[in-house]
Design a protein around this ligand. Structure first.
Ligand code: NAD
Length: 490
């Protein structure tokens, strides 16, 4: 490990550090891992520092040392810093967008138009919420009671490779606003936009140790961070499998953790729906090559409109353009990594072996090894693996139903419960079905519209706890009741 030295590479004209960011300085590791561009897998973007126990220890020590001062600033003092960081992010939207699109193949135009700014919004929103928050005060049983939110201590934040910029900022912002210094570990398949966040934090004057970024492999440095007893909160987004490991580490140290995990969302289309709107949105579920936890991957369509829906769906999917994420014409960019392509193709092969019908797609697209054709599977029955397990690729299933009860039963028939999409024009049905589906978010006649103050998370194996708005701020705080006997102080 070498402290204070930086190694940088040029990614599409943007200088990006390949090192960790600890205590306001760059720190290198003796070993590295490669990050490549999914748009052209022959291109090695950089050799990123591969964190180990020593770096985890250094980062946790920095966050622990920074805690008292950061907590003592109070919500308004911290908000000043976070507003500056938000402004700096807004000034660097182009660089963030370019790095993300090359590192992870996130659509460049979406980054420029929405998601790079969303990072700034995350910091502003949580700063606002923390400042505006007023805790309850009340008199009872001859005492005056006041609730106080205490910052909990250093938070370890672990993020997945899909939407890395959006998710890192979404999870770091509430921790910092609540007064907890952060050690962020981004995913090893898309580490670079998080590295940029270190530069932007520097530019915004975030005090040393308040935001630390450690690069590396989940089972190595990630495991070391979550096992460190100095971590007082763990905020994780990723797969249920890794979530279980992290939950075990959290249990050992008795540390609260939130886990935002996989999804297998239904997209339910009732006969009374605007079928064209539903079919358009169903085709959208192939966006980002289906590498979206919230995607409605199980199309559940009322039998009487199934043919009409399917005709329209095919028309929309026929019009989707596969290409590099940097091309504005592209609808479906490459998958993140060849290993993930193999995982997704494995699901398709097993579906075929199971007797599921491959209605369209079903293999690699001819434009390159990292693209999979938008695939639609009609499963043999509801127990098919492709219905029951998250594929996290451009693979949707199609099932039909005859009654509302059947639709709800199918919607609730997996172990997941992250999100659902419902198409209906009936307000009564929207309310009934919306209430009956077990999921953290149910959208009716829309998709992916997010109010950052709403709770966010999953039921079942889709997650534990809620992030978003005040829910995330509460997670990052220890609540105290201060109770003073009436008349005992003057
Ligand atoms: P993953 O679980 O493999 O990895 C996620 C992160 O955890 C990575 O940074 C990884 O390095 C780290 N990690 C892995 N094992 C670890 C361990 N033992 N200890 C500590 N850290 C460890 O997930 P992924 O493949 O990167 O992401 C895809 C998954 O994330 C999908 O299941 C997707 O649905 C889910 N996801 C969920 C949401 C949500 O909001 N619910 C959002 C995005 C992605």
């Amino acid at each position: 490990m070498s402290t204070g030295e930086d190694r940088r590479v040029d990614v599409a004209g943007v200088s990006v550090s390949m090192c960790h960011y600890v205590d306001g300085r760059r720190v290198d590791s003796p070993t590295t891992f490669e990050t490549r561009s999914p748009n052209d897998w022959d291109v090695v973007l950089g050799e990123v520092a591969r964190g180990d126990d020593a770096v985890a220890d250094l980062a946790m020590a920095a966050a622990t040392d920074a805690f008292d001062d950061w907590a003592a600033r109070g919500p308004a003092g911290r908000a000043e810093v976070l507003y500056r960081l938000a402004d700096v992010i807004d000034d660097h939207v182009e660089e963030i967008s370019l790095v993300e699109t090359h590192d992870m193949a996130f659509n460049l135009e979406s980054m420029r138009a929405r998601l790079a700014h969303r990072g700034a919004e995350n910091f502003r929103n949580y700063a606002d919420l923390a400042v505006d928050h007023v805790e309850r005060e009340w008199d009872s049983k001859g005492t005056h009671n006041r609730i106080i939110r205490m910052p909990a201590g250093p938070a370890v934040v672990i993020t997945p490779w899909n939407a890395p910029w959006m998710l890192s900022t979404w999870k770091v912002a509430p921790a910092l606003a609540a007064g907890n210094p952060v050690v962020l570990k981004p995913a090893e398949w898309s580490p670079l936009s998080a590295s940029l966040l270190g530069d932007l934090a520097d530019e915004a004057g975030v005090p040393p140790g308040v935001l630390n970024i450690v690069q590396g492999i989940g089972e190595e440095v990630g495991a070391a961070l979550v096992a460190d007893p100095r971590a007082r909160r763990i905020s994780f987004t990723g797969s249920p499998e890794a979530g279980r490991h992290i939950g075990r580490a959290a249990a050992t140290n008795l540390v609260p953790f939130t886990a935002e995990l996989g999804g297998k969302g239904p997209l339910v289309v009732f006969a009374d729906a605007d079928v064209e709107a539903a079919a358009t949105k169903a085709a959208w579920q192939y966006d980002d090559s289906g590498q979206v936890c919230l995607a409605g991957t199980r199309l559940l369509v009322e039998q009487s409109v199934a043919d009409d829906f399917l005709d329209r769906f095919h028309q929309h999917v026929d019009g989707l353009v596969l290409g590099p994420s940097t091309d504005p014409a592209t609808d479906i960019a490459p998958m993140v990594h060849p290993d993930h392509v193999d995982t997704v193709l494995g699901f398709i092969d097993r579906a075929r072996d199971n007797g599921d019908e491959i209605v369209r797609g079903g293999g690699r697209a001819d434009i390159g090894d990292l693209w999979i054709q938008p695939t639609l599977v009609r499963p043999r029955d509801n127990d098919s693996e492709v219905v029951q397990r998250e594929v996290f690729g451009p693979v949707l299933t199609l099932q039909t139903f005859d009654t509302e009860d059947e639709a709800v039963a199918l919607a609730n028939s997996t172990d997941y419960g992250l999100s659902a999409i419902v198409y209906t024009t009936s307000p009564e049905r929207a309310a009934r079905v919306g209430e009956s589906i077990r999921a953290g978010t149910v959208w009716v006649n829309t998709f992916l519209v997010r109010d950052l103050t709403a709770p966010f998370g999953g039921c079942g194996i889709s997650g534990i706890g809620r992030e978003g708005g005040r829910y995330a701020l509460e997670f990052h705080a220890d609540l105290k009741t201060l109770q003073v006997l009436d008349g005992s102080t003057s």
